[in-house]
Design a protein around this ligand. Sequence first.
Ligand SMILES: [Ca+2]
Ligand SMILES: [Ca+2]
Ligand SMILES: [Ca+2]
Ligand SMILES: [Ca+2]
Length: 684
Amino acid sequence: MCESKRFHVAATITVLLAVLGVCGTARGKIIYVDTAAAGENSGSSWADAYNFLQDALTDANTAEIPVEIRMAWGTYKPDQGGGVTPGDRDAAFELFDGLAIRGGFAGTGSVDPDVRNNEIYETILSGDLNGDDVDVSNPSDLSHESTRSDNSRIIVSNLESEENIEVEVPTTGGRAGGPVSGTRIVIIPVSEVNVELDGLTVVAGSTAIRKLTPGNLSVSNCTFRSNSISAIRIEWSELTMTNCTFERNRGHAVSHSGDNLTARNCLFGGNWGTNGAGLSCFALYSEVMLRDCIFTGNVAVWNVASCTADRLELYNCKFTGNVAQEACLDTSGDFFAENCTFTGNIGGAIDLLTGRLILSNSLIAGNRGQAIKTHAHHVKIQNCTIADNHTDEDGSALDTLYGATVSNSIFWGNSSPVMKAWRPATLMTDFCNFQAGWPGVGNIKVDPGFVARGHWELNGTPNDPGDDYWIDGDYRLLSQAGRWDPMAETWVKDEETSPCIDAGDPNSPIGREPFPTGGRVNMGAYGAGEKASKTYFGDPACDVILAGDINGDCIVDELDLAILESHWMMRGEDFINKSPVVTLIEPQDGDQITWPDSILFRAEAHDPDGEIERVSFHIFRITDTRTRTSGLRGQQEPNGWERELDWQSNNSYGEGEWRVWAEATDNEGEVVVSPPVVITLIRP
Ligand SMILES: [Ca+2]
Ligand SMILES: [Ca+2]
Ligand SMILES: [Ca+2]
Ligand SMILES: [Ca+2]
């Protein structure tokens, strides 16, 4: 332990740093577990390791935290060890705050027992208590297959919080916000449990990990397989997943309802479920971020990933070869995706109910369903390629209720080439290539010259779509000057050059496009990227690159001057949106609003480089973080943005303290919130 009294001895910076250094790496007590250890079984070393994880947990539970359990390869079951009954389906490995469990060690019998490799030295936590599980061909059968009737209900658990608060909330008979039919008590866990799991394979439970407490669960280098209800079920807590694999689970790979969720480099493959087979998240006031994640071969009755979050961000993620009746990704709340691909899925790609949708440098191709369907108020699509999507409905490429701003994008080969909007005039599209043509500045209607379009392989049975599969294409743009070949990982030259090269908005930044860029961004998913196709001028590439040769045609002339002039005195920061500013004027902090007065919300908002698109007001009960309005839209009045709330006749607005703030969205879709105030509602 790093106790603070150590600092009293010699509080020099050198000593301080040395102590911090030790604290940064040590985890307090280390307890060893190894099925093969034949020593004293005290957990104090590999030779004397415990044989069962349960015994190590009992030891760890009384140790000072942080405490680390190191596990050698082998299979560990929750019904083994002291304090549990063999065959007890309700025995679980119980987590507690300050615990880290690390698997994948070589353990006793190895030259170096501390060598760690999760693949060679797989540490398995298994719920197959009888060890009799047979494989099932379809994970949907996991719930009723008879060799699983003995399996653990929960393998790793953290059920209870030591401290809870009780909150009385109104219940409404029908819809939220409707007439109150009574009240109910909600128990909110308070004590945080922070746990780290690393290098474990958790298999064959109903639920592999269940955590119902606040804090953070960090899961790294873990594999979850053949769990029949969910691999991870987590409520109230933050979840961080790194390098994890979820394969062939039933129900949900991850079922999350709580604080922020982050996944990096995770694979969701071959899972089966009704809704959210891969990921189901409900993070109403939190953020979900997925980076470098792959969803493939999942089958869902409704959606492969279903997410309600304040904000969902996807970077460099791939959804391919999934089957869903509705859409691969069904989401509600602000949604941002960059460098993502959705290809060859059965079902739509993206279905965003509410919030904002901002999609850039992404490819949506070959889906049997609508590429994008949305009721979002703000839709911005930039540098995307939406091609070869097929559906019987209209708007196979884009079906948007409230319109969209689309630029530098390619829409080609979709079954219904025309976009669909409630009012087509709300589709602002410039510098795009539409197969059916579309009004707007710089739009073209010409074969985009893709390297190779993907196609569905009908597998010799054209009447049976069940065995069809998608062969990925390459939707990069052909170029005689050079085009990136991802298979060969090199630049190659084509016989033709795509008309979409240098056809994007001349005022869009060219980003990281390689020389020669033409001085203008390309259309499509790879435009502005470091692997964008190069500009062809009919001659071999320049031997010498001249200063001032902006477009890259080996001569400094009026063409370069024109580009220079059109960008004269522009700065890079001009392309970065300036945030809107919003201030809540009414109500004021500390206001008491007594029945029967209504609440008047008023805010001032402005945008330094554009316009305010909308202002909404939010009010939520401080004692119950789950009661909140979804945002009351303000109207622009001479004195600012206003909204009156008739709270008196709606018993959902109970007596007590409420937090209130205003939220403003600018024309670029950026949202800012005002500092919140606290008001008190008083009923007679
Ligand atoms: Ca079994
Ligand atoms: Ca270019
Ligand atoms: Ca030039
Ligand atoms: Ca702005």
